[in-house]
Design a protein around this ligand. Structure first.
Ligand code: UDX
Length: 423
């Protein structure tokens, strides 16, 4: 039997990664996007986003002829499996806006091949699969929910090495076709109904965000009463029920997924008049954590923030990506500049337009700064030339929000490193 052909509608972070990875797995894949410039760029083998390994997969896919990009809606009529990878930006209420998704489904519904599987891939609000099936209004086309669990910065690795592949459908044959797309990959297969599949995605992100809020609270406790958060997280992480990953305190969780998904789940519960204090508190705790970070910055600047100079290393919400959506670094910069503190920022990849801060070379940012704040865990910062940092800072102090600089190594250059929850 020939391999199913794939159409990916929407070539953002999720769509592009999926398209490139499915082509890598030997499937014929078309990436469809309304943005002509982007399609042209992709067709020339250039990724518009920074994602390690993506350029290579893109080039290989194009060269093999298995991967192509188009703006033409005709592509919908020949695909066996159609992945919907469209944005669902949050409305002011926290509820994701599904109008773009609806528009795409309405545009292509009639052209779809009989027997095609339509798959929701990027995160959609709970119940969207049912909505999509209603919009499709086609008995001969089957809806499948196949949520992604891709971390930016390691999306290719995560796609090719999944912990699990979740396939939710009311149509067993369609579920098996979608499951078969992952035959070459490891990981458990979970077949369920579409709503459960959607909920698995939300639950995973809400649980992980809650875990981080908890860990950041432990760091705050250590900052107040003593103790070393690394020893504490190691101590609890050895319990296999807790598990040892996702336990590193940081500047607070951000990115394009956690804030949106946790708010989306909480909004859904509210709209059903359900109390979900654990999920709500995860968000509140993260907000408190940002306050704690500003308190620490104030303390280590050692004078009024008004007129102070702070160097900030890291703009992206985490290392390995150029994504600055809901980046804690931007939140910190906004709060500092609101107090007339001068912020100079550096990031190896991410860029931000506007006048929130001046962006420059990482060492230049340190010149005459009262404090160096490390907001993103890039290797460039981990391996920094500390002698240069010490030469440039006006006060020899680093607030390392990611715990990546060795205090001992820094001390050799006369630098004092403060870190969340660490003595
Ligand atoms: C997340 C999910 O992990 C992924 O499965 C999902 O599909 C998309 O959302 P991503 O947003 O790329 O991925 O980032 P992730 O690596 O999960 O980190 C989220 C936030 O938590 C970041 O702000 C990160 O810096 C922070 N974090 C993560 C910590 O502060 N400490 C940790 O130990 C891990």
């Amino acid at each position: 039997m020939s391999k199913p052909s794939i159409l990916v509608i929407g070539t953002g972070y999720v769509g592009l990664t999926c398209a490139a990875c499915f082509a890598n797995q030997g499937f014929k894949v078309t990436g469809l996007d309304i943005d002509e410039d982007k399609v042209q760029l992709l067709s020339s083998g250039t990724s518009p986003i920074f994602e390690p390994g993506l350029d290579e997969l893109l080039t290989a896919g194009l060269e093999s002829g298995l991967l192509e990009f188009t703006t033409s809606a005709d592509a919908a009529s020949t695909a066996d499996v159609v992945f919907l990878c469209l944005p669902t930006p949050p409305l002011p209420t926290g509820t994701p806006d599904i109008s773009i998704l609806r528009g795409a489904v309405m545009q292509h519904r009639e052209a779809l091949k009989s027997g095609a599987a339509v798959v929701t891939k990027s995160t959609v609000p709970l119940g969207t699969s049912k909505d999509v099936a209603a919009w499709l209004d086609r008995d001969d086309v089957h809806l499948v929910s196949n949520p992604e669990f891709l971390r930016e910065g390691s999306a290719i690795h995560d796609f090719l090495n999944p912990d699990r592949v979740v396939v939710g459908s009311l149509n067993h044959d369609a579920a098996l076709v979608v499951q078969s797309l992952y035959d070459g990959l490891p990981g458990e297969r979970i077949l369920c109904d579409p709503l459960s599949a959607e909920l698995i995605k939300y639950a995973a992100n809400a649980f992980l965000a809650t875990k981080l809020s908890f860990v950041n609270e432990l760091a705050r406790i250590c900052d107040e009463v003593g103790g070393d958060v690394d020893a504490v997280t190691y101590g609890i992480g050895t319990d296999h029920r807790i598990a040892d990953s996702f336990l590193t305190p940081g500047p607070g969780w951000g990115g394009s997924c956690f804030p949106k998904d946790v708010a989306g789940l909480a909004a859904l519960a509210r709209s059903s008049r359900l109390r979900v204090p654990v999920i709500e508190s995860a968000v509140e705790s993260n907000r408190d954590h940002f306050d704690h970070v500003i308190t620490q910055i104030r303390k280590h600047v050692g004078k009024s923030l008004q007129g102070a100079n702070v160097a900030m290393w890291g703009i992206a919400f985490k290392a390995g990506t150029d994504d600055t959506r809901s980046s804690p670094a931007l939140d910190i910069a906004e709060r500092l500049t609101a107090e007339q503190c001068d912020v100079r920022a550096a990031d190896p990849v991410a860029k931000v337009d506007g006048n929130l801060f001046t962006q420059m070379d990482m060492y230049d940012a340190c010149t005459d700064a009262d404090l160096l704040v490390i907001a993103t865990e890039w290797d460039e910062f981990r391996d920094a030339d500390l002698a240069q940092v010490a030469d440039r800072l006006s006060q020899p102090t680093i607030l390392d929000l990611r715990g990546i600089i060795s205090p001992e190594a820094a001390a050799e250059h006369g630098l004092t490193v403060h870190s969340l929850g660490r003595p």
